[in-house]
Design a protein around this ligand. Structure first.
Ligand SMILES: Nc1ncnc2c1ncn2[C@@H]1O[C@H](COP(=O)(O)OP(=O)(O)O)[C@@H](O)[C@H]1O
Ligand SMILES: [Mg+2]
Length: 380
C-alpha cells in the first residue's frame, strides 16, 4: 500500500511529507521509503501558528480558520510530493499542528483534565487528496490513560531495533525526544520520553536577539561562551527530574521559559546566550540518559534525526555528553532513515496500522494502560 505521512512539528517551520510503500501487519510491518519533501510555511502562516499556540492571544475564529487552511496547505504539499514521486496514494496519515498539549492531568473546573489538540482538518485533506486520511492520532492514546506522546517510538522500534545493539534514537525537533530500544527488545521494553528542548529555546533566543529564525549551522553558538550558571539554573526545572513517561512542548519551553532564561543571562553577550541555549539541549539529553536510560540496558548507538542534526555546534555538544557513556553518535541517514523524513514516515506507518485496525501506541512510552488504535479516519 502506498501511504503518505505528513508532519508539521512544534518548530512551526513547515511541512514534511514522506511517501512509503508499506506491507505486512503490526510489528511485522515492512516499509520502503519512496520519497520525502519539505515545504516551508509562508512567514504569515508561521507567525499565526506561533501566536495561536500562545493561549492568551488565541481567537476562536482564527483557530477555526487555521484548521481548514492548514489542511489545504497539507493537501498541496502531499499532492506535490506524490506527483514528484510519480505515485498514486492509497492512504494518508496527518499528524497536524499541535496547538496545545497537556499530557498530565491538571485541575480544570473542578475536574482533573489532560488534553491535546492537533489542528489540520482531516475531512478537507481527504477530499482534496481523494483518499482516506487518518488524523488526530494522540487523543486515543490519552483516552487509554497515556500522555498522547511520544508516538514516533513505534516507527523507531519497527525499523531501528537491532538484535545485538542497544540503540537510543533521538529526534531533535522543537522538542527533543528519544526512544531507547535495548538489544532484542520486545515492544514493552522500549523506553521513550521527551528529553526537553530540541531547537525550541535556541530558535527563540535567535529570534529575540538576532531577529533570525534559527542559528544556521550553529555558527553563533560556536562563537559564544556558555554561561554555566544559567545551565545549572535551568537544569533545576522540575521537568528535568520528572521520571518518564513525560512530554514537553511550548507549555514548558515556550515564551515564558525563554523570558526567564534571558533574564538569567543578564547582560551577557548575545552569542553567549545562544551558546548557553544550545548547551541546555545537550546537557538535558546527557542528564536524561544518565538518570533514566543508561542503567537499563547495554546501549551502543545514539542515532540522531530532525532539524537539530543540521546544527554542528549542537551535535558537538551532544557528542561530549554521549561519548563518555560509551555511545557512538550516528545520524539516522546512515541507517536508511533520512533525518528530515523520520517523523513524517512515522505518521504514514501509524495511519497504515489504523487503517488495518491495529494499535500503534507503545504503552511503555506514553504511559497508556493498553494498546490503542490511533486516530480518526476521514473518507473522501
Ligand atoms: N542548517 C541548520 N543549522 C542549524 N539549525 C537547523 C538547521 N536546519 C534546521 N535547523 C533547526 O531545526 C529546526 C526544525 O527542525 P524540525 O525537525 O523540522 O522540527 P519540528 O519537528 O519541530 O518542526 C529549525 O527550527 C532549526 O532550529
Ligand atoms: Mg519542522
Amino acid at each position: 500500500m502506498i501511504v503518505a505521512g505528513v508532519m508539521s512539528g512544534t518548530s512551526a517551520d513547515g511541512i514534511n511529507v514522506a511517501i512509503a510503500e508499506i506491507m505486512g501487519r503490526g510489528f511485522g510491518t515492512r516499509l520502503r521509503l519512496l520519497a520525502h519533501h519539505e515545504f516551508r510555511f509562508p512567514a504569515a502562516v508561521r507567525n499565526k501558528i506561533l501566536s495561536l499556540m500562545n493561549a492568551e492571544h488565541a481567537r476562536v475564529s482564527d483557530l477555526s480558520q487555521l484548521n481548514f487552511l492548514l489542511a489545504e496547505l497539507y493537501a498541496k504539499a502531499v499532492r506535490n510530493s506524490a506527483k514528484r514521486a510519480g505515485v498514486h496514494l492509497a492512504l494518508a496519515g496527518c499528524h497536524g499542528q499541535t496547538i496545545y498539549h497537556q499530557g498530565d492531568a491538571t485541575n480544570f473546573l473542578g475536574a482533573k483534565i489532560a488534553s491535546t489538540w492537533q489542528t489540520g482538518e482531516g475531512a478537507i485533506l481527504a477530499a482534496r487528496l481523494g483518499v482516506p486520511v487518518v488524523s488526530d492520532f494522540r487523543t486515543a492514546d490519552m483516552a487509554a490513560g497515556g500522555k498522547g506522546a511520544p508516538l514516533v517510538p513505534y516507527l523507531d522500534y519497527l525499523v531501528l531495533r537491532d538484535r545485538r545493539r542497544g540503540r537510543i534514537v533521538q529526534n531533535l525537533g522543537g522538542i527533543g525526544n528519544l526512544s531507547a530500544i535495548p538489544a532484542s527488545a520486545k515492544p514493552e521494553d522500549v523506553i521513550a520520553f521527551d528529553t526537553g528542548p530540541g531547537n525550541m529555546v535556541i530558535d527563540q533566543t535567535m529570534e529575540k536577539l538576532y531577529g533570525r529564525r534559527y542559528d544556521r549551522d550553529g555558527r553563533i553558538a560556536a562563537s559564544g561562551q556558555v554561561l554555566d550558571g544559567v545551565v545549572h539554573w535551568a537544569m533545576r526545572l522540575r521537568f528535568f527530574s520528572q521520571a518518564p513517561p513525560r512530554t514537553a512542548g511550548r507549555e514548558e519551553f515556550g515564551r515564558e521559559f525563554v523570558a526567564a532564561f534571558l533574564k538569567r543571562c543578564g547582560r551577557a553577550k548575545s552569542q553567549d546566550v545562544v551558546a548557553t541555549a544550545t548547551l541546555l539541549t545537550a546537557r538535558s539529553i546527557g542528564d536524561a540518559l544518565r538518570r533514566f536510560v543508561i542503567k537499563r540496558g547495554d546501549f551502543k548507538d545514539y542515532i540522531v534525526s530532525g532539524g537539530g542534526a543540521e546544527n554542528p555546534t549542537l551535535m558537538r555538544m551532544i557528542a561530549d555528553e554521549v561519548t563518555p557513556l560509551g555511545l557512538t553518535l550516528r545520524r539516522s541517514d546512515e541507517l536508511g532513515v533520512p533525518s528530515e523524513a523520520k517523523e513524517a514516515l512515522a505518521f504514514a506507518v501509524l495511519a497504515y496500522q489504523t487503517w488495518h485496525r491495529r494499535p500503534s501506541n507503545i504503552p511503555s512510552a506514553t504511559g497508556a494502560k493498553r494498546p490503542a488504535i490511533l486516530g480518526k479516519v476521514s473518507y473522501p
